[in-house]
Write a protein of this length. Structure first.
Length: 333
């Protein structure tokens, strides 16, 4: 299999989250053409996960998995001598190509793995949540994300926080008649920035990003409403941090937690280089698919950018890397 050509074929099928139908159809057809038993698992509307096994082993011990969706906007593929460019080239269509190529190579060695390609990772991991209710009974899940072919020792969790302050409108010439929601919000954010966040000796620190601040009516009106959206990257359980956030904000504002993705420690392979994934993945929602590992070609630093790319050499190396990992996992099982 030409992994570069297959990557470009996948990139050229637009599959921004919510619109994965065509790429799922393509993958099912191609895998069936190659002799796999590929089925679509309905998720929502025309959106389907794709799960494939070899006829020789319908219940494999190890499954290679990643996601089919991309962030917007759609960017068609191109290439030069060293790289494949385009939306999804590293996150994660190059990974799909490398995993299929690895599975094909392993099958010739009579080592049989499964392939699981999911929708929705870039938004809410809906595909993973649906797939988790239909586990194949495998013992190991090798998840693909751009880690530059290094094994992730952990994937940081996510805690999204909204801080909402209420005030009372008044004419700005008479501020004593009003109550500024923005002043309350700024004080709450200042307190949160001063918190000492958890750290892990191997993984590093938790981090905070204040991503959105909004509020107010006009420059000459004391603001009655203000809101901030924050995102914490976690290196431990969320519950103690949630409690501390609420206590720190106190009566200055209301605190809501619209999203939480757990921190995950991951299995590694002796002798392979490692890294920490500061980003989140589908892994927390796939706990019924066996012990997770996380590795893939490409750099997260160019994912989601207008110049997204994957190195051709990393694609080639990833095929052998996935083969090597699968051989060990199957032998362990």
């Amino acid at each position: 299999m030409d992994v570069v050509a297959f990557t470009r074929q996948l990139v050229d099928i637009e599959s921004v989250t919510g619109n994965e139908g065509r790429v799922g159809d393509f993958l099912q057809r191609e895998l069936n053409r190659l002799g796999w038993q590929a089925t679509k698992i309905p998720v929502e509307g025309e959106r389907c996960n794709v799960y494939a096994t070899s006829p020789q082993q319908p219940r494999p011990a190890a499954v290679l998995s990643t996601h089919m969706d991309t962030v917007p906007p759609f960017i068609p593929s191109s290439e030069d001598a060293a790289r494949v460019y385009g939306r999804g080239s590293c996150d994660a269509k190059g990974i799909i190509a490398a995993q299929v190529a690895a599975a094909e190579r392993l099958r010739k060695e009579e080592i049989y793995v499964g392939l699981l390609f999911l929708v929705g990772e870039e938004r809410d991991s809906l595909g993973a949540k649906v797939a988790n209710q239909q586990s194949s009974g495998c013992k190991f899940l090798v998840n693909g994300e751009p880690t530059e072919n290094k094994m992730a020792v952990a994937s940081k969790g996510t805690l999204r926080v909204e801080v909402i302050a209420q005030g009372r409108m008044a004419h700005s010439a008479y501020p004593q008649l009003g109550e500024s929601a923005i002043d309350k919000l700024l004080e709450a954010l200042n307190r949160l920035r001063g918190m000492k966040l958890p750290t892990d000796e191997r993984v590093g620190p938790s981090t905070l990003n204040i991503g959105v601040i909004e509020g107010g009516r006009a420059p000459n009106v004391i603001p009655d409403y203000a809101r901030a959206q924050l995102l914490y990257r976690l290196v431990g359980p969320a519950e103690p941090l949630r409690r501390e956030i609420v206590e720190t904000v106190g009566n200055l504002a209301r605190v809501e937690f619209p999203l939480e993705i757990p921190f995950v420690r991951l299995r590694t392979i002796d002798g392979l280089p490692t890294m920490v994934a500061a980003f989140t993945t589908d892994i927390p929602w796939l706990n019924n698919w066996g012990e997770p590992l996380l590795v893939g070609p490409g750099s997260i630093h160019v994912a989601h950018t207008e110049g997204e790319y994957v190195e051709k050499q990393q694609l080639s190396d990833a095929v052998e890397l996935y083969c090597s990992i699968a051989r060990q996992m199957v032998k362990t099982s």
